[in-house]
Ligand binder design. Structure first.
Ligand code: PLP
Length: 362
């Protein structure tokens, strides 16, 4: 068996130890004589897995008692709709901070459900950075402010939360949740599809303040109300049990290596390695992102020509460095260096880059 260095944007690399454990207990989970997938979601066996995953999420992220953790379905895009559906009640509008494709998607979905405003956008500069505080035009009476903490496609990331006064801050953190320590109390809600840093696709993690959750609309179908899932410990209907079981594995792994403090050190180290390789040869590699906005999760850059971009991806793949092609509408190169991508994987990529540049000068 050869495992590649996987730089795919999502679904993405998972820690090998988590996959090995899943393999080992696939046919007989903890002596139940069946896989975890075949256990009822109402069984004690599954419930222990479910509760441990929720508790680990809370522990690792330092979620305060004011906030709840939920496991939902429908992907991050489901949240693009569920947020306005619950919180965009008549009379109010919501503010959206536009910093890339995903925030635009959230904004468009909200437009179909109520009144929304753009409270800042970096579209004019090709989304090559996030917003500065002084650029925000916030509505003090907004139902919420929506932001994307890490822009997976353009390779930009907020260093800290914007100041939004007393307005609830809602964040799509799909591509940088669990990558660093954050102050959860600053957010009314954080949501993330699991498939980048938390586990496989099929489950969405929502962390939200209880009073915010319970302020949601009551005149919408139960399945789309956050309150329904909050009251039922995310077991109101059948959850994606196997995905949550793998999430538990990933969270156990994060804890075993030293929690978010260690994960953050590794992520800083990986990003520094890769950006310094890019910066060391500015004639050859070009990162379009403004320095202060550079993402530590998705690193984007270009070679001197599109033909070389293509050749680079092809030869990297052959060398076991996969998933490096930039997003289809953006082009170039993108290395997603999520938690399960090791410092050694990134070092291997940097070595490959230096050798490639030396052999392919235009
Ligand atoms: C991947 C991604 C999404 C899309 O997630 P789905 O689960 O496919 O809906 C949304 N937002 C961000 C920031 C992402 O990285």
């Amino acid at each position: 068996m050869t495992r590649v260095s996987n730089f795919t944007a999502g679904p993405a690399a998972l820690p090998l130890a988590v996959l090995e454990q899943a393999r080992d207990e696939l046919l007989d989970f903890e002596g139940s004589g069946m896989s975890i997938m075949e256990n009822s979601h109402r069984s004690k066996t599954y419930e222990r897995v479910h509760d441990e995953a929720l508790a680990l999420m809370r522990e690792l992220m330092g979620v305060p008692s004011s906030h709840q953790v939920l496991f939902l379905q429908g992907g991050a895009r489901g949240q693009f709709a569920m947020v306005p559906l619950n919180f965009l009640s008549s009379g109010k509008s919501a503010d959206y901070l536009l910093t890339g494709v995903w925030s635009e998607g959230a904004f468009e979905e909200a437009q179909t459900l109520g009144k929304v405003r753009t409270a800042g956008s970096t579209k004019g500069v090709g989304y090559t950075r996030v917003l500065r505080q002084e650029e925000l035009e916030l509505d003090a009476g907004a139902a919420y402010v929506h932001m994307t903490t890490n822009n997976t496609i353009y390779g930009t990331q907020w260093r800290s939360e914007p100041e939004v006064g007393g307005v609830p801050l809602v964040a799509d953190a799909s591509s940088d949740i669990l990558s660093r320590r954050i102050d959860v109390s600053k957010y009314a809600m954080i949501y993330a599809g699991a498939q980048k840093n938390i586990g496989p696709s099929g489950v969405v993690v929502v962390i939200a303040r209880e009073d915010f959750l319970s302020s949601g609309r009551k005149d919408i179908p139960q399945v789309w109300r956050y309150a329904t899932h909050a009251k039922a410990n995310s077991l109101w209907h059948t959850p994606p049990t196997f995905a949550i079981y793998l999430v538990r594995g990933v969270l156990r792994w994060v804890k075993s290596v030293g929690g978010l403090a260690q994960i953050e050190r590794w992520n800083d180290e990986k990003a520094a390695l890769l950006y310094s390789t890019i910066d060391a040869d500015p004639e050859y590699w070009r990162c379009p992102v403004e320095r202060e906005s550079r993402s530590k999760m998705n690193v984007v850059w270009r070679l001197p020509s599109e033909a070389l971009d293509e050749k680079f991806v092809k030869e990297a793949t052959a060398a076991g460095l996969v998933g490096l092609k930039g997003y289809r509408t953006v082009g170039g190169i993108r290395a997603s260096i999520y938690n399960a991508v090791s410092v050694a994987d990134v070092a291997r990529l940097c070595d490959f880059m230096k050798a490639f540049a030396a052999a392919n000068r235009p």
